[in-house]
Structure formats: C-alpha cells, structure tokens
Design a binder for this molecule. Structure first.
Ligand code: AOF
Ligand code: ZN
Length: 363
C-alpha cells in the first residue's frame, strides 16, 4: 500500500467520528511497520484519548520503528490528555506523516517541532486538502472563538420558505428532510428564532436511527416562549434560551428555569446580539451549529458575516406570492456589488429535490 492509501485509511477512521467529538477535531491515526498495519485509532470523544494513543495501544511493542500516518498534527500540549507528540517519541515511532497542521494556538507547529527535535522524521501535507476540509468546523472555531454556523433552508424553486399564509408543511420531500435530521445529528447545537417555535411548535431533534440530539438554542428577545411548547416539556435535549428581556419577565424566567431551560441574557435590551450569543455558545463548548431559522434571524447572521456554510434544499415546486417569505430577508441591499458572494461546493439530488452546498466568501 502507498503512503496515500494509509493516509486515506486514517482519514476514513477520522470521518466515522463526525459529530461525536464535541468541541474537539476528528482525527485518525494508522501505524505501519514493515508493510503491515499494526495499529489503528480514532479520537472518539472529547476528554478521551487522542487517535495516536489508541493506535499506539493497539500496536503495543510493534509501535517501535513504525511509521505513523496522522490526519492532524500530533498535539504538544497537555489539555484533558497528555501530548501525543511525546507519546509517539516514547513508543519509538520512526517517522510521522501528517496531513494537516493543528491551528489550535496551543499546538500550531509545536507538535511537529517536538517530533523533529526528538529525531523523528516528519512529513507534512499528504492529502492536506481532504484533512482540512474534514475539520472545517474545528479549524474555524478554535481560531475565531465562535461556533461554525451552517445555515440550512428548504425552499421552492422560486426561493420561498412558505406560502403567503405561512403554510410550509412540506416544501421538500421525506428523503431531503431525513438528510436534515442527519445534519442535526452531526451538529452540537441547532439555532432557531422564537417565531419558528410559536408557529411550528417543533421538537428540533434528530429523528434518525442512532441520532444524537443537538442542544436547542432559541433566540427569543422578548421571552415569548410558551411554557407548554414541545421543546420546553419533552426533555429530549438541553435548551439554551437567549433573551434580551428586561427584568419584567422574572416570573416567567422562574417557571422556565423550573423546567430546566438555561437562560442567557444579552447586553442589548431590545434584541439579542448575535455575536455576543455566539461568543457565549463557544464558551459553553459549542463549536458547530445548524441555523434553521426564518428570513429575519438568518439575515441578522448573514449581515454580520456569521454564516460559514449554506446548505439549501430546493424542491421542484413554485409557490409565488409577493408576501411569501424567503430565507434571507432583513433590509436588503441597494446594488449588486453589495451581494454576498458564495462559492459552490457540492450539488446533489435527494429524491425529487436538489441539495446545494455553498460557502459565503466574505472580504
Ligand atoms: C491529536 N490527536 O486525536 C486530537 C487532537 O483536551 P485535549 O487534551 O483532548 O486536547 C484537545 C486538543 O488537542 C484539540 O483542541 C486539538 O488541538 C488537539 N486534538 N490532537 O494529536 C487527536 N483530537
Ligand atoms: Zn493529542
């Protein structure tokens, strides 16, 4: 097998853990000695051993003199676990092939340096693009100290998310909606506005086999959330309610807290400040969020450049109506040079619908 094939194997091992490593990156490691794989490992969960440690444990004494293929630069710091670079050196690994560097300021090249200083051969950059893409969420969040935001919308071919009477069940097909549940399962948090809660009384859970429910983050400036709505009562996942409401709502606050809702006040008295909310979410360990909001809240995110990725499902239907809502409203722009440019990344067909993935290209 070639170097590339071993690294592909390491990448596959990383990829399988998408959505289960919390704020940590997904990482795979393969140890090879004399043309035989002697150890394989993935980072399974935040707080647990890193990929290299699992692979070293599997290899045992065979790690000595082996080559390690790691999708991310081995760490050099002591966080919840010890430095992987030192563990590789201690086990006598002869060469380390790394796909991409770790942008975590606590690591950022130090892992490579430690290995080299200890006399280990190091190569960096094999399948780098694939590895970087795999950790797009981690790479963004660890540097920006904000969660990566993926905006999801289901629209008709004429770009509407509802009819003029706000009816919207359903625009896209069951397979496309199932894909959304998979997306929810891969994110730590799902963000909606209070309008969505009032109108749809949704559950915001990942209803697929083995789905993991994201934290339900609700933007509710005036604390209008009904005490009897589904999310507040179903106990399926935590609720983070962001509000700018003044102390006038203390009685309701107590009732919500009683039901286990976590309430966060933002400094602005009128409207929840998106950037402040995202900073708070990051401080709570949330690095990946799915924004499933309507046109107003989406606009607040987009106008402040807080959307990193768009996933749009397009149904082969025409809705029409001047007053039918779309997924990006707000005040709008004057001229085309002010439009947010995006880069197409993927397009596919799901049942009768199209799925488009695109990345906003901010200045
Ligand atoms: C690796 N291999 O498998 C992972 C790494 O709190 P800790 O100790 O788990 O450290 C988390 C940091 O370690 C994380 O932010 C990232 O920089 C790195 N993750 N490094 O060598 C791994 N998961
Ligand atoms: Zn590590």
């Amino acid at each position: 097998m070639s170097d590339q094939m071993y690294m592909k194997l390491a990448l596959e091992n990383a990829k399988a853990m998408l959505g289960q490593t919390g704020a940590n990156p997904i990482v795979g490691c393969v140890l090879v000695k004399e043309s035989r794989v002697v150890g394989i490992g993935s980072h399974l969960k935040e707080g647990g051993p890193h990929a290299e440690i699992h692979a070293l444990q599997m290899a045992g004494e065979h790690a000595k003199g082996s080559t390690a293929y790691v999708t991310l630069e081995p760490c050099s710091h002591t966080g919840k676990t010890g430095p992987c670079a030192d563990a590789l050196v201690k086990a006598g690994v002869k060469k380390v092939v790394v796909a991409s560097l770790d942008p975590n300021p606590k690591v950022a090249g130090n892992g490579i340096k430690r290995l080299k200083d200890a006399g280990v051969l190091v190569e960096v950059g094999l399948l780098e693009e694939d590895a970087t893409k795999l950790n797009e969420v981690f790479n963004f969040a660890i540097v920006q100290k904000r969660p990566f935001v993926t905006l999801k919308a289901a629209v008709s071919l004429d770009g509407k998310i509802a009819t003029k009477t706000t009816h919207s069940k359903w625009i896209t097909s069951p397979p496309a909606r199932e894909d959304v549940h998979r997306l929810r399962s891969e994110h730590q948090g799902i963000i909606v506005g209070i309008e969505t809660v009032l109108k749809d009384n949704p559950s915001l859970t990942a209803r697929i086999p083995n789905g993991r429910n994201p934290v339900r983050i609700i933007v509710d400036s005036q604390m209008r959330i009904p005490l009897d709505c589904n999310v507040v009562n179903d106990g399926e996942a935590p609720i983070y309610l962001f509000t700018s409401a003044a102390p006038a709502h203390r009685a309701k606050e107590a009732a919500l807290k009683e039901k286990g809702v976590h309430i966060f006040y933002t400094t602005n008295q009128e409207k929840v400040d998106v950037d402040e909310m995202l900073a708070t979410l990051f401080s709570k360990g949330i690095t990946s969020t799915l924004l499933e909001a309507g046109g107003t809240l989406n606009a607040a995110f987009l106008e402040q450049q807080h959307v990193q990725k768009c996933i749009i499902y397009i149904a082969p239907k025409l809705i029409g109506g001047r007053d039918a809502r779309s997924f990006f409203e707000g005040i709008g722009i004057e001229t085309m040079d002010q439009a947010i440019p995006l880069e197409w990344a993927e397009s596919s067909v799901i049942g009768p619908d199209l799925k488009i993935v695109a990345y906003p290209q901010y200045e």
